[in-house]
Design a protein around this ligand. Structure first.
Ligand code: BES
Ligand code: ZN
Length: 812
């Protein structure tokens, strides 16, 4: 049986090589190196474990462990693979693509049309005259080009190179200008090319919203051609003459717009650079109107891992088999169908797929019926979907795939769970994934007290997949190595990784699919929550793994690294350059850590009750962070010290995190100087430290007292003293719940070193991890002498159980 191919390398150069070499991956230029502080999530856990294990082993050998440990833990420059969406990278101009002009009319100017009676034009005639004009234009253009060539020949080499220099200079200046211009301006600039649309935003107008899509697709797996037809029922929300939606790399063949069955006349305009298609109506559409937009179009599938793309399986027999699959998040649905491609345009989708008789077609919903189409083809019609965002739509046409299936038992109604994989990979590798999914569905139905609304869920293993996995409602796609587990060959770490990924994607079926963030600037509401919930789910499903003990290292410590640099950003932020940049360590791991902190402060039961209320209130709709925090506040019990919305706001809208400095005085603990922790020093760092303020929950534990206590530092507090009985050691932020770092005084560090040397088990694994991580980071900033870190680390050499370290990853 063939085992899964390894995950792709995490360094962008290596990834490039991989994709350049793979025959089935074209369009390589989309992979670009990115900010090294933006860590992507996939395969990160394996990296963390390997890194820490290595670090400790090296210490045992007398090597400078600190630098190595952290270099490995957060490998600088091993940046994620991030792609720019094509609406930013393409240099397309405003152009009509060859369309069936018997139906389309072309616009010549950008003036807003006034209310007027629609003049019916002879489309055919218009086409003829336009084509004539176009041909003339082309002739002229080619004449000009050859004239230019001749001129260049005539002018000689010197002039030629001078001209070249000037041109290069101009180009450079243009580039610089472009770099200087903010991303917002970039859009405006891009829009200048689309002068026929008087709409200057990449966001769609809110004057129209889709109600239902009826889509028929025929992807040809042999030549990659896709013929399609979509009918969109649209509700007009406000009077308008303009209808805009998203489309990218699609060829319009014809369109028809009707209202109550009668045709409406509109001019079609296409703006490729903004991935928008627009229609200008002669007469205003009115609030409450229902219109139906029918479009026939075609496209070409590629192996670019976006939209509807080719995924190629290399079989054990060396044979390559092509299937078609989709990846739409965040903005690639527009590559498969013209649509309102924003998360808060939820609608229903009725999908039909035309396929070869020996292929399998799947989509979000169950198959309603199959019927014979022409030429021996089959047409599969799927049930109408629930109301959902475009990025969750999915289809697959599979060649050489098989499946195994089972029904859930402990859910309100039986859910059919199928795992699809290439036939030669199915056997012996599918049981764990299928079983874990069933158990995860049961866990989340129970935790959220909301039934999974569909009748089925498919898990699809793909050879070619850009992410680890994608939560499409009812049809979850996976990189094969993130789903298939070979009990005989694979490691325990791989098993944990697969379980976490499955739990993550199943958590999304509620957090993200049922309730969706209003806009991508709050994608943490999807990803941070799924990241948090995946640990809760795995902890319930596999209690022996003590997965929660990894939470601190993989989320809090992991994200504090990039967040301690000037280049970081707040969780809630617009990243205009590329929405894909938002899927980073801040939105996955910092967000998960902040959610954990809030849940712990609110109380786990209260938090769960709040989540249930939130999911019910915003089901099939969208929400913003504040909507959730207000509900948590209702159920929380913080004894009036600080409100949940304030706590959440401080940590989600401000960049970085605080450093608290501890001193022991006669009176107890003195905690002061709430400043932003930064790895970098110097004036710039001081400037950037800014005037941030955080409320800080300080849970602490003293050597004499096994019970932890909580003390809140208010956002405006500076030097705060409170009484502690302890003369021994003291640990602040015990449990690693608060999102901050702690710097102790020399005496406390000495006491901690003593305790670790005498009986390190008196301090919990998470606290030991935290003390080491913080002290090492502080020594990098010269706030702490590196020798303190080495002293703290010394116990590891004698006390460490390597076996446990290797698996547990936190037994520092
Ligand atoms: N929704 C994401 C997939 C995704 C990531 C789409 C980036 C678009 C851009 C999915 O839920 C996810 O988070 N997948 C992770 C794996 C997960 C276990 C952290 C991934 O692909 O890395
Ligand atoms: Zn996710």
């Amino acid at each position: 049986m063939q085992s899964s191919p390894p995950p792709p390398p995490t360094s962008s150069s290596a990834a490039k090589m991989l994709y350049e070499e793979g025959e089935t991956h074209d369009n390589l230029t989309i992979w670009t190196p990115t900010n090294p502080y933006r860590h992507r999530s996939s395969h990160r856990r394996a990296r963390i474990c390997v890194a820490i294990t290595f670090g400790i082993l090296m210490f045992g050998l007398g090597v400078s462990v600190g630098a190595f440990l952290h270099a490995m833990l957060f490998p600088d420059g091993s940046s994620p693979i991030i792609k720019f969406p094509s609406f930013l990278t393409s240099s397309g101009s405003f152009e009509e693509s060859p369309v069936n002009s018997t139906v389309l009319s072309h616009l010549g100017s950008s003036v807003e049309l006034e209310d007027s009676e629609v003049i019916e034009e002879e489309d055919g005639m218009k086409k003829d005259s336009e084509e004539e004009e176009e041909d003339k234009g082309k002739e002229k253009e080619s004449e000009e080009v050859s004239e230019e060539k001749n001129k260049t020949k005539r002018r000689g080499k010197k002039e030629e190179s001078k001209e070249k220099e000037e041109k290069e200079k101009e180009e450079k200046e243009e580039e610089e200008e472009e770099d200087e211009a903010g991303s917002g301006e970039k859009f405006v600039k891009a829009n200048r090319e689309c002068t026929n649309i008087t709409w200057y935003s990449s966001r769609l107008p809110r004057t129209a919203e889709p109600i239902e899509y009826d889509l028929t697709l025929h992807p040809n797996l042999t030549n990659g051609e896709v013929e399609a037809e979509v009918s969109i029922r649209i509700l007009i929300k406000n009077e308008t003459k303009l209808l805009i939606l998203n489309a990218e790399n699609l060829e319009m063949n014809s369109f028809e717009i009707t209202r109550k069955g009668s045709k409406l006349k509109a001019d079609f305009v296409k703006c490729e650079v903004m991935t928008q298609w627009a229609w200008k109506f002669g007469k205003r559409l009115h609030k409450g109107d229902h219109i139906v937009l029918k479009i026939k179009y075609s496209s070409q599938m590629k192996s670019d891992l976006q939209g509807l793309y080719f995924s190629t399986h290399l079989g054990t027999d060396g044979k390559k088999t092509k299937s078609a699959a989709t990846q739409f998040e965040p903005t690639f649905a527009r590559k498969m169908l013209p649509c309102f491609d924003e998360p808060n345009f939820k609608a229903t989708f009725q999908v039909s797929i035309i396929r070869n008789a020996n292929h399998i077609a799947r989509s979000n919903m169950n198959l309603s019926f199959s019927k014979e189409y022409k030429n021996g083809l089959i047409k599969d019609e799927f049930e109408k979907s629930v109301k959902m965002s475009t990025y969750l739509l999915a289809v697959a046409v599979l060649d050489g795939y098989g499946y195994i299936k089972r029904l859930t038992r402990n859910t309100t109604k039986p859910i059919e769970v199928r795992l699809y994989a290439p036939e030669d990979m199915l056997e012996g590798q599918s049981e764990f994934g299928l079983d874990t999914t069933i158990r995860a569905l049961e866990f989340f139905e129970n935790y959220f007290n909301i039934s999974y609304p569909l009748d089925k869920i498919d898990l699809l293993a793909l050879d070619d997949f850009s992410e680890g996995a994608m939560e499409n409602w009812g049809l979850v796609t996976f990189r094969d190595s993130a789903l298939l587990f070979n009990e005989r060959k694979a490691s325990v770490v791989a098993k944990e990784h697969i379980a976490l990924i499955i739990c993550h994607e199943i958590a999304h079926q509620w957090f993200g699919n049922l309730v969706t963030m209003d806009w991508w600037n709050e994608v943490f509401l999807n990803e941070g929550f799924a990241n948090y919930m995946e640990y809760k789910c795995v902890d319930e499903l596999f209690p022996d793994w003590s997965i929660m003990s990894r939470f601190y290292a993989e989320n809090l410590a992991f994200s504090q690294e990039p967040d301690g640099f000037l280049s970081s950003r707040a969780i809630e932020s617009d990243d205009d350059d590329s929405l894909l940049n938002l899927f980073d360590a801040i939105n996955y791991h910092k967000a998960a850590a902040i959610i954990h902190m809030i849940a712990e402060m609110a109380g786990q039961r209260n938090f769960q009750t709040a989540l249930i209320e939130y999911l019910n209130k915003y089901a099939y709709s969208n929400a913003i962070g504040v909507d959730l925090w207000k509900i948590v506040e209702k159920h929380a019990n913080l004894q009036g010290r600080v409100s949940i919305p304030d706590l959440a706001k401080a940590y989600t809208t401000q960049v970085g995190y605080p450093l608290v400095t501890v001193e022991r005085t006669e009176e107890g603990i003195l905690v002061h100087n709430q400043t932003r922790f930064l790895f970098a020093e110097g004036e710039k760092a001081e400037e950037k430290r800014g005037d941030w303020k955080w409320p800080i929950p300080i849970s602490y534990r003293a050597s004499e007292d096994n019970k932890k206590k909580l003390h809140w530092i208010q956002a405006d507090d500076r030097n705060v003293t409170w009484e502690t009985p302890s003369n021994g050691w003291l640990i602040l932020n015990t449990g690693g719940v608060g999102y901050f770092k702690v710097l102790y005084d020399g005496d406390t560090y000495r006491k901690l070193v003593d305790e670790l040397t005498i009986n390190h088990t008196k301090i919990s694994p998470i606290d030991r991890s935290m003390i080491l991580v913080d002290s090492y980071d502080l020594s990098k900033t010269s706030l702490l002498n590196i020798s303190v870190y080495f002293d703290l680390l010394e116990y590891v050499e004698s006390k460490l159980s390597l076996g446990y370290w290797g698996i547990g990853c936190v037994a520092t």
